[in-house]
Design a protein around this ligand. Structure first.
Ligand SMILES: [Zn+2]
Length: 324
């Protein structure tokens, strides 16, 4: 039953009783979806089909037999190498499979066997794919973000987004529909507003950055990613995602610059005696790295959207206590 008051996000939901056999089945399902996600991460940026042909070793081109293609197990048995040519297979394959399985399991533990769980498994699956693709190739494929946006909007008709429109509009406007239909439409409006807010915020920030630093900081991939996130999460959690990602990104940038500075200073120190000169040279070097480094911001946006899914509402309620 569709209830406008129900929280669509996990936080605030009573914890579901976990059935061990369902949990195991969902974990296995997560592993196989993770395995498929690895194919997407490798093939989508190259514009290849994710269905055909069968998986092959990128070096020796030999097709991978089904018994070497089992999630996690095969990677461990082969110790991360191709059976034929012994080329190393990235630990990312193992990592993505385990993460997807853990995510599915986490969604089930919170939401039980519900449409909400399905919605967030789909959302998390897309986010993991986008995070790892951005980290490896600095691309956020349209084939993930655009269907993701459409699915976020569609899911809002089935699972309430419960954001600003659903909270405040029923007292102000009277929709000439049944209560059920009105609630679904308001949820769709919340989803749309989230998508528009997410996309326009990133688009605006990108335009400001371009004027300020004369380089492209955020691409259209990030804009589409945030449209998708907004459609799934609604406006409030979209703002949370953007701020948390900016904070995480800045901290990461700062740590990187400091680490480079210390490392380069030590290297220059070994060549010249003067500590101050070495520090200055190290600093110049760190600045160069900073200027040329292109941060995959999608990684931060995607990870913070995942965080928002699990703890965003709790954080907003805690934070709200200081203000009203
Ligand atoms: Zn090979």
């Amino acid at each position: 039953m569709y209830c406008a008051r129900a929280r669509s996000h996990f936080c605030g939901m009573p914890k579901n009783t976990v059935d061990p056999s369902y949990a195991f089945a969902i974990f296995l399902l997560g592993l196989s979806f993770g395995s498929f996600l690895n194919v997407c991460i490798y093939r989508l940026p190259l514009d290849l089909s994710v269905v055909k042909p069968r998986s092959a070793c990128p070096r020796c081109k030999k097709f991978i037999a089904f018994y070497d293609n089992l999630p996690v197990v095969s990677w461990l048995i082969l110790r991360g190498r191709c059976r034929n040519c012994k080329t190393k297979i990235s630990a990312r394959y193992l990592f993505v499979e385990l993460l997807t399985a853990a995510l599915f399991l986490g969604c089930y533990a919170y939401g039980g066997l519900t449409l909400t769980t399905l919605k967030y498994c789909v959302f998390g699956f897309l986010l993991l794919g986008l995070i790892f693709t951005d980290a490896e190739t600095k691309l956020l494929p349209d084939k993930l973000t655009l269907p993701g946006l459409a699915m976020g909007l569609l899911f809002s008709l089935l699972v309430p987004v419960h954001d600003v429109a659903s909270q405040f509009l029923p007292g102000i406007v009277n929709l000439p529909f049944s209560a059920d239909l009105a609630a679904r439409l308001l949820s769709l409006l919340d989803s749309l507003l989230g998508a528009v807010l997410g996309a326009s915020f990133i688009y605006g920030a990108g335009a400001v950055y371009l004027r300020w630093r004369g380089a492209e900081g955020m691409g259209f991939g990030d804009v589409k990613l945030m449209a998708m996130v907004g459609a799934f999460l609604g406006m409030k959690l979209t703002i949370f995602t953007i701020f948390a990602a900016s904070l995480a990104g800045s901290l990461f940038g700062l740590t990187t610059v400091l680490a480079v500075w210390i490392k380069r200073t030590n290297r220059f120190r070994r060549r010249m005696e003067n500590l101050q000169a070495a520090r200055r040279r190290g600093w110049q070097s760190a600045q160069m790295v900073y200027r040329n480094y292109q941060m995959p911001f999608g990684v931060f946006l995607g990870s913070m959207a995942l965080l928002a899914l699990f703890v965003g509402n709790q954080f907003l309620r805690w934070y709200g206590r200081f203000w009203w």
